[in-house]
Design a protein around this ligand. Structure first.
Ligand code: BGC
Length: 862
């Protein structure tokens, strides 16, 4: 019997499906055999609908559309079931309530408590279920009768609040009691009006208020639906000051744990101000992704009492999150928690945090065992120091709580090379740490914003490692909204006007086109293309304008091959690759993608237009940047890699000539990295294109600076922003912009999966898989697994003397081809697991075939 091993709706892989925004959510599932599949939907009112389908992916909702609040149980076959419930759409009958309409702009502000008392005695029947729909200007957490509601952290997360505000749906049935109840909310500034951005940053970006919007609805067993009116009062909370960057100060003496229960006397609390909802323009939307949440708890791997009395903790992993402490202290005793990513000169290296001071303060109530973790701040750290800790630290007193968006992990890589394995782990962690509701550049300093270029280069890796579609879908909506407002794609989204040049920039703005395209390639869903199409087009049209319709984008602000290792620490944009070469190459690339998208969407006229535009830009690139023989202007690995990978040469001869030159340059550079944000994600592919996987292995395994493994050799547990964020002598790079947790340069992880292990998709949505192992580089074995939308695809190869064993796994809903290394022979493989044995043919550079320095590509592949 066919078994269903996974079942999800839209982009909610692995997560709860109550409060969804779609009236007709598409259904996806993984089956271990062929269809047809029986779908059954049992509505909450007992009605049943059934449908039989043949596909497993993105099956259009075959039942009556869900009206707001409607729910039921979806069953696929006999083995999978999920509860679905629609959100409330536009059906809001409440207003925002606010405890604070202004605040000073120089220091972190307090958080507030809001409470509302209501009674269920008058309900004629027992409660069947209760829902609390909520959102905020600011960040909030809910309680009902003294119990925390929901697992969301930093809800409602950060969107372009002027346009879009997400609400959360909370199931509060279990916390409700007969008679008097109290719903309470903690409320703080968050992104809405907190201190955000760099170079001083800004306050009150979206408004001067913090406010809560909460609608409580109860359905009783007699089928009656009740809207419960709530009247809110407020008081200052024990959080006396909090900022996302600065940290949180919590005075436990001010906490009465009964505050959100009916026993509490709230007579002195003030009435909250009511802010009419129609004075705000933002659309209220259900989230497209799972919430930010606690995902893991780490214990320190070492603790040390420092000379000044502080206790230092090393968690062995750079994370985004907070500490959770347990202590006994007298009332008023203050403990300060300091955070840093690295140690420099024996001290916490806090300089790179810039204005994000990242210090939490806990003032004890003196009530025995007290447990605290900050609610409304988040830090990027591996090390922490406890200042003024009362007495000795005992096991379990301090933990690190890892916090980020809930995303299902979908990919694993492993090999016989411990350095590459650690590199892969570092990329995985940098992704986790930077998917805190939106794809950010870094989790620690006064930045943490949605830089478009970073996710543009990282998207294929992100989509491989985790089910990131939900997060990216939401973020792309903001890209489109802010793009429409500003007339171009801002360099980070949501945009914060803190002084950074607000001009269109290649490789950054191109995210508007490339990210949706990569999403489509990954899951085969054209809806993201249809939704983003106006934004994708608008970007390419704008660049076409900027290029004066010549296809050549050769003036104006550009970030170029950002952080090229030859650029000076204080001028990271000063790459030795021509910025306009990069800009024009991206123009070609995104014009082609828009043409392909138009074709998929059946927009024939558009397709013609963008093909012609791409052809013009390609010619312009060739005329301006490529010599007749195939030499590329700038003569750098990035410039050649871009031309090769974006297919910009006029002839195969030119490409071959440039490939030879690329190998020469990389060898001359001693197999050190010489590329920045633009070149690094594609350099290994370019080397393969130039004919040498062996060169890619050399580059990958380099440990000297600059290289991917240099940070690994320095003990890194995440990807660094700069190749040398930490210098060999252990000091921190003097540049003002030095993070130890930036995923961009980790975009090579995708290559480890595709080329080293040999697991690549050959058709959108992994309908067809290409298994192409490339053993070499002295590796004994390598393997990768990917839980694609069609099920698990996997490969493993291992050398045994002169033999090479290869095992591949094809999901039931896909087909595949195995390309045998060395011979290139192609073998069709169908669903299931297949094992092959062949002869191991050492690539040049493998210890079995001593590496002789630079060779021509034909010699290498022989
Ligand atoms: C960010 C980057 C970003 C860059 C572009 C930096 O401050 O951290 O990752 O892409 O600026 O200017």
């Amino acid at each position: 019997m066919t078994e269903i091993t996974e079942l999800w709706l839209e982009n909610r892989r692995g997560g709860k499906t109550i409060g969804i925004g779609e009236a007709a959510p598409r259904i996806s599932f993984v089956a271990d055999g062929p269809g047809p599949f029986e779908l059954r939907f049992t509505h909450d009112d007992g009605r049943q609908e059934t449908a039989t389908v043949l596909r497993t992916q993105l099956v259009g909702w075959p039942f009556a559309p869900l009206s707001p609040r409607a729910g039921g149980l979806l069953r696929v076959g006999d083995s999978a079931e999920v509860r679905i419930e629609a959100g409330i759409g536009d059906d809001w009958g409440v207003q925002f309530v606010s405890p604070s309409l202004t605040a000073d702009r120089s220091a972190p502000r307090p958080a507030y408590l809001l409470r509302a008392l209501f009674d269920t005695t008058s309900l004629a029947a027992d409660v069947k279920h209760a829902r609390l729909y909520a959102t905020a200007h600011g960040v909030y957490q809910l309680e009902l009768n003294g119990r925390r509601i929901g697992e969301d952290i930093l809800a409602p997360g950060w969107t372009s609040y002027n346009h879009r505000l997400r609400y959360q749906t909370h199931d509060v049935t279990a916390a409700l009691q007969v008679g008097a109840n109290v719903v309470g909310a903690w409320l703080a500034d968050g992104w809405y009006r907190g201190h955000i951005g760099f170079d001083g940053g800004v306050w009150d970006i979206y408004g001067p208020d913090v406010a809560l919007l909460a609608q409580l609805e109860i359905t009783t067993v007699d089928g009656v639906h009740h809207h419960v009116p709530l009247t809110w009062t407020w008081e200052r909370s024990p959080i006396t000051a909090v900022g996302l960057y600065e940290g949180e100060t919590f005075d436990a003496r001010l906490l009465d744990p009964a505050w959100s229960t009916a026993d509490f006397d709230a007579q002195t609390w003030r009435r909250a101000e009511v802010l009419p909802r129609d004075s705000f323009e933002a659309r209220l939307e259900a989230p497209t992704a799972l919430p930010v949440q606690e995902t893991e708890i780490l214990r320190p791997i070492s603790t040390e009492r420092r000379a000044g009395g502080r206790i230092r903790l090393d968690f062995g992993q750079n994370i985004s999150g907070v500490l959770r402490i347990r202590l006994r202290a007298s009332a008023g005793h203050a403990v300060r928690l300091h955070h840093a990513e690295v140690i420099e000169d024996g001290e916490l290296g806090t300089r790179p945090l810039r204005a994000a001071t990242s210090v939490d303060t806990y003032i004890a109530a003196g009530s025995g065992d007290e447990i605290y973790s900050p609610r409304f701040t988040i830090h990027g750290f591996q090390y922490a120091e406890l200042e003024n800790w009362p007495g000795e630290l005992t096991e379990g007193d301090v933990e690190a709580v890892v916090i980020h968006t809930g995303m299902q992990q979908t990919a694993w890589f492993d090999s016989s090379h411990s350095g590459l394995n650690q590199l892969h782990s570092n990329v995985t962690w940098s992704m986790r740490d930077n998917f805190v509701d939106l794809p950010t550049d870094c989790p620690q300093r006064d930045e943490r914003v949605g830089w478009t270029g970073d996710i543009q280069v990282f998207a294929p890796t992100a989509l491989r490692l985790f089910a990131a579609h939900g997060t990216l879908t939401g973020w792309l909506r903001d890209v489109a909204l802010e793009q429409a407002e500003q007339g171009h794609v801002p360099n980070f989204v949501p945009w914060v006007d803190c002084g950074f040049p607000n001009f269109p920039t290649a490789a950054w703005g191109d995210a508007a086109v490339i990210v949706p395209w990569e999403m489509y390639l990954n899951d085969g869903d054209t809806r993201i293309l249809a939704d983003q199409y106006p934004s994708m087009r608008a970007w390419v049209d704008l660049v076409d304008d900027l290029a004066g319709r010549t296809g050549l984008w050769n003036d104006g602000f550009q970030l170029g091959d950002w952080l090229d290792p030859t650029a000076p620490p204080d001028d990271p944009g000063k790459s030795h690759t021509d910025k306009y070469l990069v800009a024009t190459a991206y123009h070609v690339r995104t014009a082609r993608i828009v043409a392909d998208t138009a074709a998929l969407l059946g927009r024939d006229e558009d397709e013609k237009h963008y093909r012609a535009l791409a052809a013009t830009a390609t010619r312009a690139f060739q005329e301006e940047f490529i010599s007749a023989s195939g030499r590329v202007v700038s003569d750098t690995p990035t410039s050649i890699a871009v031309a090769l990978i974006f297919d910009l040469f006029a002839s195969p001869e030119q490409a071959a000539h440039a490939g030879t030159r690329l190998l020469e340059l990389v060898a001359q550079g001693g197999f050190h990295i010489s590329t920045g944000f633009v070149g690094t994600p594609i350099i290994c592919d370019a080397l393969v294109r130039a004919g040498s996987m062996d060169y890619a292995y050399h580059l990958l395994q380099q440990e000297e600076l600059p290289s991917w493994l240099y940070p690994v050799s320095m003990g890194a547990t995440t990807i660094w922003e700069r190749w040398d964020s930490m210098l060999p002598d252990g000091s921190i790079n003097p540049g003002d912009m030095t993070s130890f947790n930036h995923y961009a340069l980790g975009a090579v992880a995708d290559f480890l999966h595709r080329a080293v292990a040999g697991l690549a998709s050959e058709a959108p949505g992994w309908a067809r898989i290409r298994f192409e192992p490339r053993p070499g580089g002295g590796l004994e074995h390598a393997g990768a697994r990917y839980d694609s939308v069609r099920g698990t695809a996997a490969i493993r190869w291992a050398r045994a003397g002169g033999a090479l064993d290869i095992t591949v796994e094809v999901p039931a809903a896909s087909t595949g081809v195995l390309v045998l290394p060395g011979t290139g022979e192609e073998i069709e493989v169908g669903p299931g697991t297949h094992t092959f044995q062949t002869t191991f043919r050492p690539a040049a550079g493998d210890p079995d075939a001593p590496f002789l320095g630079w060779r021509r590509p034909d010699a290498v592949e022989a």
